[in-house]
Design a protein around this ligand. Structure first.
Ligand SMILES: *Cc1c(COP(=O)(O)O)cnc(C)c1O
Length: 396
């Protein structure tokens, strides 16, 4: 049977693999040999499930949004990752990887972060598990995301402000990889999305797959069938989308709609729509679509949402788009903002700006009245209130 899951060599079709410097070869091989054994062990599964339940607050609700459904003429369920501890889906992955690191005998955790959400999730889990934690963050982002920096510090993490390049996520990632090269024996690198060299994309997808596992059970309870007609999610690197679709990826009854950040528009040079604009290249150890100029220099992406402005994309999603298994829509800043206000006023839920991109795709799909749609609200919007207030579409 045809599958859209990763193959033995770490590829999704032509995308993925592990393009890494020689010095990291042992680390990545060690991880590749450990991750499935650990993730499939009973001991890991029990501790992971217990923490997801008692610490994160899972299962997250599958909420039938009645007023939103009425507006779009179908039945829309929201998968409420915004209700997780720390406010987004990222904690699922952080807990899983730190549990793995402990079982691999690692003493020190490093991570990269852009908006700070993955840094906060990792620092949170390190506090919980008494692990040393160093978070690399571009200096520009340190200044833009001050509250998250203070949260990480309060949680006991060391935040390193990176001053190379544009001083954003891509540069923070380079610095984290450099650190890993220097401390391969005792350090575990927690990557925050379905990106990086194999086995990271597959590992992160598996750790987030609790989302679709729950959707199956919850849809069965609500609807008497365990699959929807549509799954919708936003994509930065791709982890909340991967978790949402994981158990449905080879089930062609289920249509997949992914929303990437169009920024000011895909024809404006101010965009983060990697699947629309990227070309095949290598970024952070993975062969995938990359936003690059004619010389292969990585282009700085732009989005109003700090969590979506990554110049690459997970190899799973690049392949889903290439194979037309998923429909990928570029949702612009103004469309996302409008969608965030709409959800807030119709349902009393303020979504993260990232999640608002998934909501912004709703008006672009021709639903039938019988369609069942599950849309993942990847995070809550508290962190984005200033942006929302300064872009209020109801006020001019
Ligand atoms: C980080 C983040 C994203 C984007 O990351 P993915 O790996 O694509 O899921 C989306 N939503 C929220 C709330 C985030 O914090």
């Amino acid at each position: 049977m045809k599958t859209y899951q990763v193959n033995e060599e770490g590829y999704y079709g032509n995308f993925g693999g592990a393009y890494i410097p020689e010095i990291l070869h042992r680390c990545v091989t060690e991880l590749k040999e450990a991750y499935l054994k650990v993730l499939e062990s009973q001991d890991f599964q029990e501790e992971f499930a217990q923490l997801l339940r008692d610490y994160v607050g899972r299962p997250s609700p599958l909420y039938l949004a009645k007023r939103l459904s009425e507006k779009y003429g179908c039945k829309i369920y929201l998968k409420r990752e915004d209700l997780n501890h720390t406010g987004a889906h990222k904690i699922n992955n952080a807990i899983g990887q730190v549990l793995l690191a402990k079982r691999m005998g690692k003493k020190r955790i490093i991570a990269e972060t852009g908006a700070g959400q993955h840094g906060v999730a990792t620092a949170t889990v390190c506090a919980l598990m008494n692990m040393e934690c160093v978070v690399y963050m571009g200096k520009t982002d340190v200044e833009r995301q001050h509250v998250n920096v203070e949260r990480m510090k309060m949680l006991g993490a060391k935040v390193v402000a990176v001053t190379s390049g544009n001083m954003t996520l891509k540069d923070a990632t380079n610095e984290a990889i450099r650190d890993w090269c220097c401390h391969p024996a005792d350090t575990y690198y927690v990557i925050g999305s379905t990106v990086g060299p194999h086995p990271y994309p597959d590992m992160v997808a598996r750790l987030q797959s609790v989302i679709s596992e729950e959707i199956k059970k919850q849809l069965q309870e609500h609807e008497g069938r365990d699959y929807p007609d549509y799954l919708m999610a936003c994509v930065g690197g791709g982890s909340n989308a991967a978790g949402t679709i994981y158990h449905y990826i080879d089930d062609e009854r289920v249509k997949i709609i992914l929303a990437e950040a169009g920024g000011k528009g895909i024809d404006t040079n101010l965009s983060a729509a990697t699947i629309h604009l990227g070309k095949l290249g290598i970024i952070h150890g993975s062969k995938t679509l990359v936003m690059q100029d004619e010389d292969g220099q990585i282009q700085e992406p732009y989005s109003i949402s700090a969590g979506l402005d990554y110049p690459g994309i997970g190899p799973m999603h690049a392949n889903l788009a290439h194979e037309h298994r998923a429909t990928v829509l570029a949702i612009n800043d103004d469309e996302a903002i409008r969608a965030a206000y709409e959800l807030t006023l119709l349902e009393g839920i303020i979504p993260a700006l990232e999640s608002a991109h998934a909501l912004g795709a709703l008006p672009k799909v021709a639903f039938r009245p019988t369609d069942i749609v599950v849309l993942t609200v990847s995070g809550r919007g508290d962190k984005d209130i200033d942006t929302y207030l300064s872009h209020n579409p109801y006020q001019d």
